[in-house]
Design a protein. Structure first.
Length: 183
């Protein structure tokens, strides 16, 4: 008998409920690491960060981080002013990026190719297949790998300034419902 089969059966036994009806105490899920990037005036940026953080704290399941996130929420704002220079509204663009295993793989491949080229292990003038020649020629155009992500969502809206708190709560709640509730 293959020795891996008992190990798999043992591992699967943790997910199957017993006949007594209880599968044991629920296992708390680890908080998802989320980075918030906001492009706005300092006052607006601080207010938005505060409202989003409060909403995530009340919903749970999110840890706000500066580095190594699983998700990034990028918010870009544009101030809309009337003819007297008073701010009347904000244009808000929200982009949600997912950083995951596919991005880790792409990051590793990109770093490996850059190392191979820079270390001189593969010269640009060596005879190569056409596709590999194109890859080597384009290696310098690859994006920096720290912020790679998959676009998961993009929304744009125009909001009155007095609706900023509610909009931030909606951003956090929508993210939580769309991307975290199904975990």
């Amino acid at each position: 008998m293959n020795p891996i089969i008992p190990l798999l059966m043992w591992n699967l036994s943790f997910a199957i409920p017993t006949f007594g009806g209880a599968a044991g105490p629920p296992v708390p899920q680890q908080a998802v690491r989320v980075r918030i990037e906001i492009s706005a005036s300092e006052q607006t940026k601080y207010a938005m960060q505060s409202h989003i953080a409060q909403t995530f704290q009340s919903l749970g399941g999110v840890q706000l981080v500066e580095a190594d996130p699983r998700w990034t929420i990028k918010i870009v704002t544009l101030t809309i002013q009337d003819q007297q220079g008073n701010t009347t509204a904000l244009g808000v663009s929200v982009v949600v990026l997912e950083h995951g295993p596919q991005m880790d793989m792409l990051r590793t491949l990109t770093q490996a190719w850059r190392y191979i080229i820079r270390a001189g292990l593969l010269q640009k003038d060596q005879p190569l297949e056409v596709g590999l020649r194109q890859l080597i020629a384009g290696i310098d155009q690859l994006p920096e790998t720290d912020d790679l992500g998959t676009l998961a969502q993009h929304k744009m809206s125009l909001i009155p300034v007095n609706k900023l708190a509610g909009t931030c709560q909606d951003i956090a709640s929508d993210f939580h419902a769309r991307f975290l509730r199904s975990r």
